[in-house]
Each structure stands twice: as C-alpha cells, then as structure tokens.
Design a protein around this ligand. Sequence first.
Ligand SMILES: Cc1cc2nc3c(=O)[nH]c(=O)nc-3n(C[C@H](O)[C@H](O)[C@H](O)COP(=O)(O)O)c2cc1C
Length: 514
Amino acid sequence: MPIVVNDLRDYLKWLEDQGKLIRIDKPLSPVLEIPHFLRRIMYAKGPAVLFENIKGYPGWRIAGNIFPDLETFAKVLGVNTLEEIGERFTESISSAPPTRLREKISRLWEVKELASFLPKRVRKAGFQDNVIERDPLDKIPAFKTWPLDGGRYITLGLVVTRNPETGITNMGIYRVMIKDSHRAVIHWQIHKRGSHAFREAVERNEELPVAVVIGADPATIFTGVAPVPYPLDKLLFAGIVRGKGLEVVELENGLMVPANAEIVIEGRVQLSKLENEGPFGDHWGFYDMPIEKYPVLAVDRIYHRNNPIYVGTIVGLPPLEDAVIGKAVERVFLPIMKTIFPEIVEVSFPVHGVFQGLMIVSIKKKYPGHGKKIMMGLWGIGQTSLTKMIIVVDHFINPHDINQVIWAVTSFADPARDVVVLDNVHTDALDPTSKAHGVGAKLGIDATVKVEEESGREPPLIVSPDLDVERKIEKLLLELGIRGDDPWKKVAKEYIDTIRAWLGVRGSYTRYHD
Ligand SMILES: Cc1cc2nc3c(=O)[nH]c(=O)nc-3n(C[C@H](O)[C@H](O)[C@H](O)COP(=O)(O)O)c2cc1C
C-alpha cells in the first residue's frame, strides 16, 4: 500500500487523529525554548508537537518530534514492517537487467515495475505562493538548541543538489548553520553525496545550485537520511518509500524539488568560500570540535506556503528523535544489506551507540575467518564504513538482546585472536575520540563460535537438559502455574545444531547430544 498522507499538513492531521500529536499555543521561542521542550518530550517518548504561537515569527508554526516512534512511521507508510520498504527496493533490483549491482541500480529507471515510483513533474506548487527576497534567513524560525551553539540551525532540511557529472539528484539531511540574513554554511561531511556534488562542481569551476526543503510528507523527509546506494537518484528512492511517485517542481536555479514542501530555500554554493561551522551540540552529546570549515550557501530567495509550518529536530545526549529515524534506517536497509551480504541474518545499531558508534551484526557462519570477513566488507562500503565498532555474532544470538551479545563476546571472543583494531582510518566526522577530523581508529570483535581451524580445539560443549526430564518438569511447572520460558532454550538448540553441522559425525557433539 502507498503512503496514506500527501504532505506535512495531512500527516500532522493524521497524527492528531491517532492521538500522536499535541498542540501548544503558549508563545515560545525557537531559540533554546522550543528545543528544550522537544528534548523533554522525546525523552518521555511523547507525541509529535505543533507549536502554534512562535515568539518573534507571527503567522508561522513549528512542528517537532514528527517521528515519534517506529510503529507510527510504518503505519503512515502503509506497511506492517519497515523491512517491506527495503524489499520493495530489492525486488526492483532483481527485476532490473542482469548486470553488476551498480549498473542495475543506475538502470532502475528503465525497469517497468518502477514506473509508478518515478517523480512526476508539476507546473505549480503551494510553496510558490509566497516569496521572500529581502533578508530571507531572518524570516524563518530556525532553532538554536544549545547555549553554546554558534548560531541558529536548520536541522531537518533536505539539502537538494544535482551532481554536475552524473545528473543524479540528491536530497540529504545535513545541518545548515545560518550565518546572516543571506548566507548559511552546509555541514555535508566528505563521504556524503551533497559533498560529492560540491567537489564535482569545484573541479568544473561551476557554482552549484542548491535548495533546502523544509517540511514534506514523512517518507520524503526520511529519504534525506537514507544511505541510498550511490547511483540511485533520491527522487526515485522517495517514490519507492512512498509507494507512489513524488510530485516535483522546477526552481529558477533548475533543481527539481518536492512540490509538497512547506518551505524552500533557493540558492547557490559558492566555490571559493569556506567558512567556520559550529560549535554545535551534536548527537554524541558533545559540542562538535574542532570547528571545521564548510561551503557557503548564498541564498537568493525563500518560498513558503501560506501560514507555513517549519519542521525541526534536535540532537543531544541520546536517545532523541534521531534514534527513531536511525532505527527506521536500520529496518528499511536490512533487506538491502542482505542482498549485498547474504550471510547477514540481523543487524542492530543500539541507539546509545548513536549509529556510527556501534553495530552488532549476526551472520550464518560458513567458514573459518567469516566473522572478520564480514567486518571488512561492512567497513568497505557506503556509510557502514563510518562505523567505529562492529561486533559479529552467530545467527543464534539476537543482536537486539544486549545480554546475549555480552555472553557471546565473553564466551567466544579471545582478545588476542578475535579483536581487530585499525588505526589511522576514516571515521565519522563527529566522533569525539578522533585524533583529527574524520581520522581515527576502529574496533572489530569477532564473537562467533570458532571452528577448529581458528581455535585449534572443538567448540565448547554447551549445557542442555535431558529431554525426558525437561518434558516431565515443564509439565509440573505448568500445573503449578509457574510461567516463564527457558531464555536459553532456543540459543542452546541452534548452537548445538550449528556445531553438529560443522563437525558432522566427528567429535563430542555427536557423542553427547544423540
Ligand atoms: C537529524 C540529523 C542530522 C544530520 N546531520 C548531518 C550533517 O550535519 N552532516 C552530514 O553529513 N550528515 C548528517 N546526517 C546524516 C545524513 O542525513 C545521512 O548520512 C544521509 O544518509 C546522507 O545522505 P546522502 O547519502 O544523501 O549524503 C544527519 C542525520 C540526521 C537524522
């Protein structure tokens, strides 16, 4: 089923009908006050909020915490689980002409089944009703979240670019720092697609047209965070997430942007100028230091709908709204990761590891060294290459159960043999431990059970009850009304099945468990 709402207004009404939105009419400022309110709501796992009385910005409204939880996001997308969105994408790839993955992705436009997901160009959009050319950045209620932030920031804007080399349109959520009434600095990190487009423009010595889109339907906003495989156009990807094509309209600078936007900032990134960006209190919970230089967006004009709704999010010590957004990425991209690495069974990015910090992945281990092989694969592609720590466990360990993971790490990982440390490699630019901007170290722990070729001995013999005794005692417990499953039953059984499959008729597993 396609997404059940058309734009942000529809979505907010739908949230209200679900009991997932509150309205606040008390006058509050976007400088510190609304961000603080939203932070408390997010920690309380509360609803979305529509602020209707913005101090200093008459006629404007602000929506926040618009991704209150995963279930609500799946429901508005018309799916039972978010994995279905990833499957929509992998099914499209498998019906693409049989070539290499990269070519398949770039030829997705040609696949007939995808026709309904393609962007549709329209001539007029609601946001074109109002244009501000005088001091435009002073007119929007962008947030200042933390007292020492270097200024006001647009925190949930889709930064739209077209790569001058490939013609591929990108929409990435990167924070945008307002410098003055006409200029802003865009914090697209070096590995991100907006930054690729910028570097391409620098090589050609051409100014780069840029738009920042604020407020759209939730699927389109989500597309800005999605680590979409490189050659895929995000306007098409938005159509895949929405389950129907996105209507787009052309700006004066030639970019196509979502027609359902509330606010659109139109401008150009100048090639010669880089300016200080920050300080900014980021999602690790620290002010992002040292201050780095990023490109400057010269704003020509801002368009907005009547009685516009600005949308912002806030970051700080986890878990805040980006935890929900990050978990949505984890779920949507699991089927896509499985297509690239078929041995992957499950993946978890624990929210307190802020996504770039820690990834736990379970695999169906097939050969000696497989645990380290998957680490290297993940560190070698896309945005998982930014992950600081990877723990690999076997398929019978649930990566979302941190206690099972601790048991696997302590039981199966030998610190001298199963730990990988890489130094002087690229890292997430925000990592507070990096020795230089975007350069630091990585840790991998192979917590899979080791086969004899790796450890020189048979895997340890796991305890499991005598079957006859188990049946008898379970019956008795039931009669006594004592509930609660054996938490290790499934793990122990799958462990035994795995080891037996590895050892075949050899070894103690056959002797003890027949
Ligand atoms: C609230 C929020 C803020 C973000 N801010 C930034 C940022 O300032 N710079 C950046 O490079 N990525 C930022 N990201 C992550 C990107 O949105 C994410 O890596 C995305 O996949 C980039 O897409 P791209 O492949 O189109 O570049 C942020 C994500 C969220 C949820």
